[in-house]
Structure formats: C-alpha cells, structure tokens
Ligand binder design. Sequence first.
Ligand code: AMP
Ligand code: ZN
Length: 114
Amino acid sequence: MADCLFCKIVNREIPGSIVYEDDGVLAFNDINPQAPTHVLIIPKRHIESLNALEPDDDRLVGELVRRAAAIAKERGFAAGGFRTVFNTNRDAGQTVLHIHLHLLGGRSLSWPPG
Ligand code: AMP
Ligand code: ZN
C-alpha cells in the first residue's frame, strides 16, 4: 500500500530498527518506546486492522502472537511477564492503519490501561 508507513518499512523505503524477519512477518523497535522492550510485530502484507481479518489470516495472526512470545523468551522476560496489544481504530488510538502487535516488556506494567 503506497502511503502506508509500515509497508514502507517492509519495503525498506524508510528505515526501521528490525529485530526479526521471515517471509510473512516483520518485527521492529517502536520509535517511541514505552518499555525497555517495545517491539511492533506486523504482517508484511498490508491489512488495515483486526476488523479486516479473514478466516484465511488465522495462521498469520497466530504467527504474530507466537513471534511476540518468542522475542519475550529470547530477551528473558517471558516467565516474568509481558504485554501484547492490538489497538484497533480511533477509540483505541490506532494511529497506523496496518495491523501491528505491540510487545511491551522488561518492566512491571500497570493495569488497567488508560
Ligand atoms: P498505534 O498507536 O497502536 O497505531 O501504534 C503505532 C506505533 O507506531 C506507535 O507506538 C508509534 O510510536 C510507532 N511508530 C510510528 N512511526 C514509527 C516508525 N517510523 N518506526 C517505528 N515505530 C513507529
Ligand atoms: Zn501497510
């Protein structure tokens, strides 16, 4: 998608601090980190939000979630705990309309969120 910030990171049109990549998934550091680890895990294919997911995307969504857990494990905070968040649309504060799973970890996180 031509105007999508995260598609541009996938296509190397703008730089990203990439921490993981495979055929379908990219993970990179959030530019404005809210925790010692704040990684965004995205499908390489442009999908706007959870509202646009189709049954055929189930495997891809599972890969995003399992990648988050794998990064948490690699970094040593899986057992202690971490947070994963998909913001969807305006009321949740989704600012980039390309599905991204936030992985936050490395500190104690409060709940409920704002
Ligand atoms: P959301 O508010 O859920 O849509 O999250 C979008 C996230 O993208 C925010 O946490 C931003 O800090 C992050 N972000 C925006 N631009 C970039 C960028 N160029 N590289 C990495 N992260 C970005
Ligand atoms: Zn996109």
